[in-house]
Ligand binder design. Structure first.
Ligand code: VGL
Ligand code: ZN
Length: 190
């Protein structure tokens, strides 16, 4: 699979709170960072999303939601992991900012689709956290927004609230026409 100028890399929610030690840690979430760093210079366009909640967000357990409070705006937990190379991130997306609405997808109520379309992007390679929530919903929305989407299976990790959620998410993505590939399959275009 060859990387071209109309391809973008989308890094989903690689934030401190989703990595080991964080408020909603994804098991081994930090393992994917070095592989993502190696990929970043190979793409002309790189986008990154951040879960960006107000402190009274509806997805938090004190408000009756399913999750411990996480990724609260302007806190260390909501920052991108410091090991992630950030200088080439050209599009940065903050999502789920309203107290009364959650959004797992990086496309939901954001400008991501428009930002990528003005940059003439046709295909999006997706990596990050978490497989069974924001990676899955972002990939499904990428296709709905008219992009081709490929999820890089070695550069994602799952929450797995129920065992097997990762496998279910991969199946659901495949059914929707999303490509699944390993980063080692990516080649340069020249
Ligand atoms: C996410 C749970 C809650 C994610 C965000 O980024 O996958 N998961 N908020
Ligand atoms: Zn969240």
């Amino acid at each position: 699979m060859k990387i071209s100028e109309s391809d973008a890399l989308l890094i989903v929610d690689l934030q401190n709170d989703f990595c080991p030690g964080g408020a909603l840690a994804v098991p081994r979430g930090d393992e994917i960072i070095s592989g993502i760093n190696e990929l970043i210079p190979r793409f002309k366009q790189v986008a990154a999303s951040q879960d960006w909640h107000p402190k009274n967000h509806c997805s938090f357990q004190p408000q009756g939601g399913p999750w411990p409070p996480h990724c609260i705006q302007n806190t260390r937990g909501a920052a991108l992991h410091s090991a992630l190379l950030q200088d080439r991130i050209g599009v940065r997306i903050f999502k789920a900012q309203q107290p009364d609405q959650d959004a797992y997808s990086a496309f939901e109520r954001t400008s991501l689709s428009e930002e990528l379309k003005i940059r003439k992007i046709r295909r999006i390679f997706i990596c990050g956290l978490a497989t069974d929530y924001c990676v899955k919903e972002s990939a499904l929305d990428a296709v709905k927004s008219g992009f081709l989407a490929v999820v890089l299976t070695d550069l994602i990790r799952a929450v797995n609230v129920r065992p097997g959620d990762d496998r279910k998410a991969l199946n659901q993505m495949k059914q929707a026409g999303i490509g699944l590939a390993q980063s080692s399959e990516l080649q340069e275009n020249n």
